[in-house]
Write a new protein. Structure first.
Length: 77
């Protein structure tokens, strides 16, 4: 995204009362722990490292869209 990165967009969405409640899943090639922590601090609900498999995305979406459902203990929170 020219001129802005995904974490800044995440922060923007969290600051706006209209979008503050929306679930956010970050999909990034950056697997550094510091980047993941920054994503969660920016307001992300879940973080997936590329290349992402469809199963990973489905599990992440289930987690953020239905947080009361029983979670697989092997999945990151």
């Amino acid at each position: 995204m020219p001129g802005v990165d995904g974490l800044e967009i995440c922060r923007y969405l969290r600051r706006d009362p209209i979008s503050a409640h929306l679930p956010i899943v970050i999909i990034s090639a950056n697997e550094e722990q510091a980047h993941k922590q920054n994503a969660f601090m920016a307001g992300a609900n879940h973080y997936i490292v590329k290349p992402a498999m469809m199963d990973d995305l489905e599990k992440a979406l289930e987690m953020v869209l239905n947080p009361q459902a029983p979670q697989n203990p092997g999945m990151p929170r």
